[in-house]
Write a protein that binds this ligand. Structure first.
Ligand code: ZN
Length: 192
């Protein structure tokens, strides 16, 4: 995964206390890793475009003729707005756990504010925003590193898909509480 400064600089939050607006933070091994503010910026850009597509008059939606990802040898008809909405929804749902999806759909899809979400999900204000920022960062990274076609950058997505030429990231096994993985990690007591 090649996250460079030229990739992160325009996305980083100017007042970020971690990366100081550079978009990269130092890792323990002496390398660099993208800062969470970069991933959150990617998420917010993708989410803003999703809302724009949802709220747009359906008569404004257009059919376009696009070249295939490897040139114009094969062209396809597409409805970009509808495809983007479906991709955004499905990629998001696939990437989140059941609890994360509950928070995401309540806040970002149904428009519930933090008070309503906190009451419905049984969490305090601090925990709600902590989870919200974590989910935004997680999804921003997924949208950028998605293979074979990423959701971000949006201009590339809407101008005809270009294949994501970044090497595929190593699969991270996310362990959900109560899942089979989590149970397998619990040491089994030997019978006396
Ligand atoms: Zn930062």
């Amino acid at each position: 995964m090649e996250w460079t400064r030229s990739e992160t600089l325009g996305l980083a939050a100017v007042k970020c206390a971690i990366c100081r607006g550079m978009g990269l933070k130092a890792t323990r091994g002496g390398g660099n890793a993208p800062c969470g503010c970069v991933f959150r910026a990617i998420f917010r850009a993708c989410y803003a475009r999703f809302r724009q597509c949802v709220e747009k008059e359906k008569t404004l939606s257009r059919v376009t003729l696009d070249c295939g990802p490897k040139g114009c040898g094969r062209v396809t008809w597409s409805r970009k707005d509808e495809e983007y909405m479906a991709d955004f929804y499905l990629v998001t749902k696939r990437s989140l756990t059941a609890d994360e999806w509950k928070l995401f759909s309540a806040h970002f899809l149904l428009g519930a504010d933090w008070r309503l979400c906190s009451r419905q999900l049984g969490m305090d204000r601090g925990t709600f925003f902590h989870e919200l920022y974590r989910i935004e960062g997680l999804l921003g990274q997924v949208y950028r590193e998605l293979h074979p076609y990423s959701l971000y950058p949006l201009d590339e997505y809407f101008a005809g898909r270009t294949e994501n030429d970044w090497p595929e990231p190593k699969k991270v096994v996310r362990i959900r509480p109560g899942s089979l993985h989590a149970r397998l990690r619990v040491p089994v007591k030997k019978a006396a």
